[in-house]
Every structure is written in C-alpha cells, then in structure tokens.
Design a binder for this molecule. Structure first.
Ligand SMILES: [Zn+2]
Length: 130
C-alpha cells in the first residue's frame, strides 16, 4: 500500500518514512528508530520490535505480550517531547515521547515514555528497561 500515511506522522507517506526502516534500511537517529518502532506497533510488525531491541535482550522478550499490546490498541499518534545525548562508547541517546492510543474498551490513553537507545555496529537499538 504505497499511499498509506505513516502512523508516526499523518503528513508523511509510510514508504518515505518508517517503511524504509521496516524493510531493512538502518534508522539514522534514535528518534527515527523510536518513530519506526511506534509505527511497527501500529502496523503489527512485531518482528521489527524484536529486531530493533538491543541484541542481547532479544531472546528475553515476551513476544506474545508485545503482539497483544500491538493488536489490542488502536494507535492514534505520536508526540516527541525532547531527545538528547545519554552517553558515549557506545553512543546512547534518550527520546522522551508520548504515544496516544485507544484501548479495546474505547478509552483514550497517553503513554509517556523516556526511552534509551544505543548505537552498535551502525544501527540504533532500543534498550529494554530492566
Ligand atoms: Zn514514520
């Protein structure tokens, strides 16, 4: 569906935005990775959620839980609050954002999260909090 708007930004087309990263291009910034992971949640691309989590944490992910969270909510939009450096060697950045969604009972929610990302071998990865 080439003309589909991107879930992360209604003004952009999926193919020009997060779709590029879903099909293998490395996200150039932590913010771009966060956006593409949000869009993957909205589109049910749970494999992408796994693949963009820090490699040593991937095996420990609860994929059923991720799929349930992805499919049971209707994803309405994303708002970026701020982003910045969080360390070097390896490079880390934080992204503070809100995801807006509607749950199965029709209730609206704002999920605010301060996520941490790490740059390893040319790719950004999400660090799963302990
Ligand atoms: Zn996007």
């Amino acid at each position: 569906m080439p003309d589909t708007p991107c879930p992360c930004s209604p003004k952009k087309l999926l193919t020009n935005c997060c779709g590029r990263y879903h099909t293998g291009e490395p996200a150039p910034t932590a913010e771009a990775l966060m956006r593409s992971r949000y869009s993957a949640f909205a589109l049910g691309l749970t494999g992408y959620i796994r693949d963009t989590t820090r490699p040593d944490q991937q095996a420990g992910l609860d994929m059923q839980d991720i799929a349930g969270w992805s499919h049971s909510n209707q994803w309405l939009g994303l708002r970026l609050h701020r982003t910045g450096a969080a360390g070097m060697q390896p490079r880390r950045e934080f992204v503070d954002f809100s995801a807006h969604y509607c749950d199965a009972e029709g209730k609206l929610h704002e999920h605010r999260e301060l996520s941490l990302f790490v740059h390893l071998k040319g790719r950004w990865y999400f660090i799963q909090p302990d």
